[in-house]
Design a protein around this ligand. Structure first.
Ligand SMILES: C[S@@+](CC[C@H](N)C(=O)[O-])C[C@H]1O[C@@H](n2cnc3c(N)ncnc32)[C@H](O)[C@@H]1O
Length: 258
């Protein structure tokens, strides 16, 4: 077996199989949830900016509602490329762009900036989280809202059971393995992916690529303490995919800020 197992930049190799890895995620319901939040807190909103959009599934779902103009961005050019390809297939008018959410250089202003699937957990320091809020503030129209979710330590402890040692055949030549661990003391959740691609001609020849993602897991109190240092006001902290307040047993919390 020939191997090339150097670790790759986050969401580069994974981009190719990301939608297969996330096949069980109900993105339509998630898009509907974001729409519900917008209707609740900024019902006149038209211009949306998605940060960390991945392969664009939620943005494409929101576009189907026919009431928003959407810019969707991600820091990984490979993820954005996948999103563009998916968009082209449905003649999407979404403006997909590669943007690091810590350096949002857009002139346009938006009614809503949103970011889902614990993407904020990729920020490991308060300084970076403050920087993100500052960047978002600069592209929001007056009265605009910022929506994002994060996962809690309780979620990491539970999720380990089904995330760890997970493997899946994507096709006859591609499979992946995932190891997942949670360092409860430092609250670091690590997902280590090994993606194996077999050469269709010579099955003994395969290429192994690895990506290790580390997320910092915050409590609601920690996130709210950081938000207090920004110019944003907390409109709501929602539990899961509900429009009811988050609580100490919440696994995922969605913040709505203005
Ligand atoms: C868990 S995925 C979520 C993707 C997408 N929101 C979804 O729901 O499928 C996290 C995403 O955050 C992106 N990301 C991480 N750090 C980023 C940064 N500094 N700027 C922009 N995107 C970033 C990754 O490239 C990845 O696509």
């Amino acid at each position: 077996m020939s191997k090339s197992s150097a670790e790759k930049r986050d969401y580069s190799v994974l981009a190719e199989i990301y939608d297969d890895v996330m096949a069980d995620v109900d993105y339509e319901t998630w898009a509907d949830y974001i729409d519900e939040i917008i209707l609740e807190h900024n019902p006149e909103a038209i211009d949306l900016l998605e940060l960390a959009c991945g392969t664009g599934t939620i943005a494409l779902s929101l576009e189907e509602l026919d009431c928003y103009t959407i810019t969707a961005s991600d820091g990984s050019p490979d993820m954005v490329q996948k999103a563009i390809e998916k968009g082209q297939k449905v003649h999407s008018e979404i403006d997909f762009q590669t943007i690091n959410f810590l350096d949002i250089c857009l002139k346009k202003k938006f009614d809503v900036v949103f970011m889902v699937f614990d993407s904020i957990n990729y920020l490991h320091t308060e300084i970076d989280i403050l920087k993100l809020h500052e960047q978002v503030k600069n592209v929001l129209k007056p009265g605009g809202i910022f929506i994002y979710d994060f996962t809690t330590p309780r979620n990491s402890r539970k999720a380990i059971r089904f995330l760890h040692n997970h493997q899946k055949e994507i096709s006859s030549t591609i499979r992946y393995y995932r190891e997942s661990s949670f360092d409860g003391k430092n609250r670091i959740h690590t997902n280590h992916f090994r993606i194996v691609k077999e050469d269709p001609v010579n099955k003994n020849k395969s290429v192994v690529s690895e990506e290790k993602h580390q997320q910092k897991i915050y409590t609601q109190a920690e996130i709210e303490a950081i938000i207090k240092k920004t110019d944003f006001t907390i409109l709501q902290a929602y539990d899961g995919f509900e429009l009811r307040p988050a609580h100490e047993k919440s696994l995922r919390i969605t913040m709505v800020l203005q």
